[in-house]
Write a protein of this length. Structure first.
Length: 48
């Protein structure tokens, strides 16, 4: 039912993209340009 997305930054396949970004790429979420993006843009930019 739920697919996995592959992170473009580290190559790991994850089911929960936002949780993965919070745990593995915290410095990325602190960037002001990324915080302005909505979830669909984050998925396009960082996940396959």
């Amino acid at each position: 039912m739920f697919g996995k997305a592959k992170c473009k930054l580290c190559g790991i396949e994850v089911r929960f993209a936002l949780r993965h970004l919070k745990q593995k790429h915290t410095d990325l979420l602190n960037d002001k340009d990324v915080t302005k993006l909505n979830m669909s843009r984050v998925m396009q930019k960082f996940f396959d």
